[in-house]
Write a protein that binds this ligand. Structure first.
Ligand SMILES: *[C@@H]1O[C@H](CO)[C@@H](O)[C@H](O)[C@H]1NC(C)=O
Ligand SMILES: *[C@@H]1O[C@H](CO)[C@@H](O)[C@H](O)[C@H]1NC(C)=O
Ligand SMILES: *[C@@H]1O[C@H](CO)[C@@H](O)[C@H](O)[C@H]1NC(C)=O
Ligand SMILES: *[C@@H]1O[C@H](CO)[C@@H](O)[C@H](O)[C@H]1NC(C)=O
Length: 410
C-alpha cells in the first residue's frame, strides 16, 4: 500500500511508519503502526546519543525520543537526565498514541544560532494529556540575541523564538521546572484547554526585551499556581479569547505585572471572560493588575468577569490600572477610543505600597465607559513623602466599599 492519506493523524502515523520501513510498503491502517516500545516506554536522551556537556548539539536525540514516545501506547516518558543539553528547535507534534511525560531533570539549552529557527524553540502541537515535570531548566540563552530584538522601534518587528509553546493541547501540566532567559516569551499557551502550570519559576532580567513570563491566548480552563516570575515584560498576560483562567499564589517581579491584554490589536479577536487572580504578590513591578486595550482597537470585543482578590503590592508603580488608551511606542495608526468593552471587574482586598502617587488608574474610554467596577477594601499607599496617594478615574462606573478614601473612584 502506498503512503497516502488526508487526515492529520493518518499523515503523522504514516510519516513515522514510512520512516521506520524506509523503502518498503508500509501498512496504512490506523493501529497497524506499532511503536518499537510497545505499551509504556521510557526514552532516556543520553542513551540516544545526547551529550550532557552543553556543547554538542543533541537535537537529533531529543527529537528521536519524541518520535518514539509519541508513537507508543500507554504511558510514555522522555527522560532528560542531569546535564546540559544544547538543542535547536524541537518539534513535538501529536497527536500521540499514548500519554507522554517529559521528565526534565537536567537542562536544555537553546541554540543561539537564530538561522536554525523557523518559529519557536520547543513547540508542542496537538498533544493531549501532556506532562512536563522535573527540577531542570529550559534555558533560552536570550542574552546572546536580545540585542537583535527591534520590537521597541518597529511595529512589525521580527519576533525572536519563544521558549515553550503549547498549541492545541488539551489537558496538560507543566510543573516544577525553571524557564530561564527566553529569547522572547518564556511560555505561550495558545488554543489549549485544561492546562495547569504549577510550581514553575520563570527568570530573566528586568530589562530584557519582550521576555513575557506566560502568555495565554484563545484558551480555556488554564490554571497558574504557586509560580514565581521575574522578567522584562508582563509576568502573565491573558490575551484575547481567554476564558476560565485562574492565577493563584503567583509572585511577580521584576516585570510589567499581571495583565489582561493587550486587547484590540487584531481584527479577529475573541472575548475575554472569567478571569480570577487571587493571592498574588507583586514586587517592584511597573504595573500590578492591569487591563490594557489599544486606543485604536481593530475589533469590537468584551472583557468581563475579571476578579482580583487578596493581592499584595510592594513598591509597584501602577498597582491597579485599566488602560483603554494603550498605545506602546506610539505605534497606533489612528486616534480614537477603544472599541473594547470592559465590564464586571472586581478588585477586592488589594493592599500595600505604590511607588507613584497614582495607586489606582481607571482610564476608560468616553464612548464605552467601564461598567460594573467593584472596589472593595483597596488600601494601597504611595511610599513617597513628596505627594499624596490618589486615584485617577475616567469614565468608570461602579461602587466602592472599605477603600482608602482617596482611592474610591465612586
Ligand atoms: C513537525 O513535525 C510534524 C510531524 O512529524 C510535521 O508534519 C511538521 O511539518 C513539522 N514541523 C516543522 C516546523 O518542522
Ligand atoms: C477557577 O476559580 C473559580 C473561582 O474560584 C472556580 O469556580 C473555577 O472552577 C476555577 N477554574 C479552574 C479551571 O480551576
Ligand atoms: C487580604 O490579602 C492578604 C494578601 O495580600 C491576605 O494576607 C489577607 O488575609 C487578606 N485579607 C482577607 C480579609 O482576606
Ligand atoms: C503629585 O502627583 C500628581 C500625579 O502624579 C502630579 O500631577 C502632581 O504634580 C504631584 N504633586 C506634587 C506636589 O509633586
Amino acid at each position: 500500500m502506498a503512503c497516502t492519506g488526508n487526515a492529520m493523524r493518518a499523515f503523522f502515523l504514516l510519516a513515522f511508519v514510512c520512516a521506520a520501513h524506509a523503502g518498503k510498503d508500509a501498512p496504512a491502517k490506523d493501529g497497524d503502526a506499532k511503536a518499537a516500545s510497545g505499551p509504556g516506554g521510557s526514552f532516556d536522551i543520553s542513551k540516544l546519543g545526547a551529550s550532557g556537556d552543553g556543547k554538542k548539539d543533541s537535537t537529533k536525540a531529543v527529537q528521536e525520543a519524541w518520535t518514539s514516545a509519541c508513537g507508543g501506547t500507554g504511558k510514555q516518558t522522555i527522560l532528560i537526565p542531569k546535564g546540559d543539553y544544547l538543542v535547536g528547535p524541537l518539534n513535538f507534534t501529536g497527536p500521540c498514541k499514548g500519554d507522554v511525560t517529559i521528565q526534565v531533570d537536567g537542562n536544555l539549552l537553546a541554540t543561539t544560532d537564530l538561522s536554525q529557527y523557523k518559529g519557536n524553540w520547543i513547540e508542542i502541537l496537538r498533544v493531549d494529556n501532556l506532562v512536563i515535570t522535573g527540577k531542570g531548566k529550559l534555558d533560552g540563552q536570550g542574552p546572546a540575541v536580545w540585542s537583535k530584538n527591534s520590537c521597541a522601534k518597529k511595529y512589525d518587528c521580527k519576533i525572536l523564538p519563544n521558549s515553550l509553546v503549547l498549541d492545541y493541547v488539551n489537558n496538560g501540566e507543566v510543573s516544577g521546572i525553571t524557564l530561564l532567559n527566553a529569547k522572547f516569551f518564556h511560555m505561550n499557551v495558545f488554543q489549549c484547554k485544561g492546562v495547569t502550570i504549577k510550581d514553575v519559576t520563570v527568570t530573566a532580567p528586568g530589562d530584557s526585551p519582550n521576555t513575557d513570563g506566560i502568555h495565554i491566548g484563545d484558551s480555556s480552563k488554564v490554571t497558574i499556581t504557586g509560580t514565581t516570575i521575574g522578567v522584562g515584560d508582563d509576568c502573565i498576560s491573558i490575551g484575547p479569547g481567554s476564558t476560565g483562567i485562574n492565577v493563584t499564589g503567583v509572585t511577580c517581579g521584576p516585570g510589567h505585572g499581571i495583565s489582561v491584554g493587550s486587547l484590540g490589536r487584531y481584527k479577529d479577536e475573541k472575548d475575554v471572560t472569567d478571569i480570577n487572580v487571587k493571592d498574588c504578590t507583586l514586587k517592584k513591578t511597573s504595573n500590578g493588575v492591569r487591563i490594557k486595550s489599544y486606543e485604536d482597537a481593530a475589533c469590537v470585543i468584551t472583557a468581563s468577569k475579571l476578579h482580583y482578590e487578596n493581592i499584595a503590592m510592594d513598591d509597584v508603580a501602577n498597582p491597579i490600572i485599566i488602560d483603554m488608551k494603550y498605545c506602546p511606542n506610539k505605534i497606533c495608526t489612528a486616534k480614537g477610543d477603544s472599541k473594547v468593552t470592559v465590564k464586571d471587574v472586581t478588585f477586592k482586598n488589594i493592599t500595600g505600597t505604590s511607588s507613584t502617587p497614582e495607586a489606582v488608574s481607571l482610564l476608560c474610554s468616553d464612548k464605552i465607559p467601564c461598567s460594573g467596577v467593584t472596589m472593595d477594601n483597596i488600601k494601597v499607599e504611595y511610599k513617597g513623602t513628596n505627594n499624596k496617594t490618589m486615584a485617577v478615574c475616567q469614565n468608570a462606573k461602579g461602587s466602592a466599599t472599605g477603600c482608602l478614601k482617596e482611592l474610591a473612584c465612586f
